[in-house]
Ligand binder design. Sequence first.
Ligand code: APR
Length: 236
Amino acid sequence: MAPHAIVILTGAGISAESGLATFRDPDGIWARHRIEDVATPEAWRRDPAKVTGFYNARRRQLLDPAVAPNPAHHALVRLEQAWPGDFLLVTQNVDNLHDRAGSHRLIHMHGELARVRCTSCGAEAPWLADVEPASACPACGATGSLRPAVVWFGEMPLEMERIARALTECDVFIAIGTSGAVYPAAGFVGEARAAGAHTMEVNLEPSDVRSRFHEARHGPAATLVPALVEELLAAR
Ligand code: APR
């Protein structure tokens, strides 16, 4: 029998213990900002300075020495390296903690905070500094045209065909630290189940979509994920 294929989906909960706020918890980002003010193409057209300021503040957190990959990010690198079958990590997170931990078979379906895209020429570039009004596109030199390379509400998530293929072919699907409130990611468990995969939720508490999964583990990701990875590797 071929080794099992595994798809992992992560959300903001996996980075919570690294010091980054989630979105929908009581102290989350969407309790302090309105989505329609900072995370839509309309918001960007209406008030680019406000949107840029919101993402500058979040990007600055990535440079905070206290913000670093936690044991859950590291455990997923170990799984990627030791798992004998196909492996794909899909993250909704725009932070760079999976990358910094060393994940490679990784899709940032909602884009990346540490990159910008030029609305003038379309080029993307790595970017860890603040975006200022005078910031010039490294490719075409235009100023005032750099937007964060993240997927806003109303925009299409990235690499959806590759993700759909992996879901169709997977035997195990695990969602970690995500509330299941945002589509299309919230629909992945259904796609994986329809394809015959065993599905598991790993979250601080039962999410609103807990019943869609065969199995669930509840508690902090930095504790549960390393234990789960060892279990998966022992049973392979
Ligand atoms: N360990 C595990 N899970 C946790 C932890 C933790 N330490 N802390 C919080 N959680 C859980 C919360 O209980 C919640 O169910 O993580 C989940 C985070 O949910 P959201 O804040 O809704 O984040 P996410 O699911 O990633 O949001 C999806 O919404 O606004 C957008 O684009 C944004 O990618 C994001 C998308």
